[in-house]
Design a binder for this molecule. Sequence first.
Ligand SMILES: C[S@@+](CC[C@H](N)C(=O)[O-])C[C@H]1O[C@@H](n2cnc3c(N)ncnc32)[C@H](O)[C@@H]1O
Length: 227
Amino acid sequence: MSTAPSANVYLSGRTVDDYQRMFSLTGRDLKGRSILDCPAGSSDFALRARMLGAEVVSVDPLFDHDVDDLAWRVRQDRERLVDNIGRSPEMFRPGAADRYRSWAMPQEEFLADYARDRVKGTRHYVAAALPVLPFEDQSFDLALSAFLLFSYHALFDLSWHVQALAEMLRVAHTVQIHPLEEGASRALYSHYRALQDALPGFEFTTKSIDNLCYLHASTTLTIRPRN
Ligand SMILES: C[S@@+](CC[C@H](N)C(=O)[O-])C[C@H]1O[C@@H](n2cnc3c(N)ncnc32)[C@H](O)[C@@H]1O
C-alpha cells in the first residue's frame, strides 16, 4: 500500500471534545455507529468514541511508524504547532498555545492505544493515504476528516480533492470535513463550487462552529447522498 509523504503536514491531536464540537456529535450520535477518522493524526477521538459505543478505524500514513518513532513525531509536532502560533499570531485565538500543550495527556493515551493495537493486531490504526483507502464500499456510517483537505489546500489540486472525497464517499455513507476554509484563513475553499459539480449525486451542507484555536476556521462541511 502506498502512503504519501507528509513531512509538510503537522501531526496534530485534536481531542474527542474538539471532534465532537467540529462535527456536532453528541455521545448519543456516536453510540453504535461505525466511523472512519481520516486523517486521525494523534487524536484520542477513536479511543474515547469506542468507550462511548462507536466502532472507529483511524487512518493516517504515519501509522506505518513503530510506536517509538510515532511518539517522537507526536511530541516534536506539538512543539512545532506552538512555535507556529508565534509566526502567525493573527490567525489564532488567545490561549491557543495552552490548548495545544493540553493535548499532551490525550496524545500519550493515543500512543498507549496505538501500542496496544500493534501488540493485539486489532487494526484500529491503519496506515493509508488519501485518495486511496483500503476498505470495502460502504464500510462505515460516517467518515470524519479534520485539518487536512482544505487546511493544506496548496499541497493538493482540485482533482486530488475530488478523488479524496469520492473515495471517502465510497467507503462511508456520510462524510464530514472541517474546516472548509483554506489554510485556516477567512476564505472558503476556492474550488468549492467545482467540487460540488464534480459530485452531482451528493448534497453539500455547511455549518459554522466555534473553533477554540483558530480565529477564522469555523465551517464544517457535510456531504451525503441526495435522497
Ligand atoms: C493536521 S493533522 C490532523 C489530525 C487530526 N485529524 C486533528 O485534527 O488533529 C494532519 C494529518 O494528515 C496526515 N496526512 C498527510 N497526508 C495524508 C493523506 N494523503 N491521507 C491521509 N492523511 C494524510 C498527516 O500524517 C497528519 O497526521
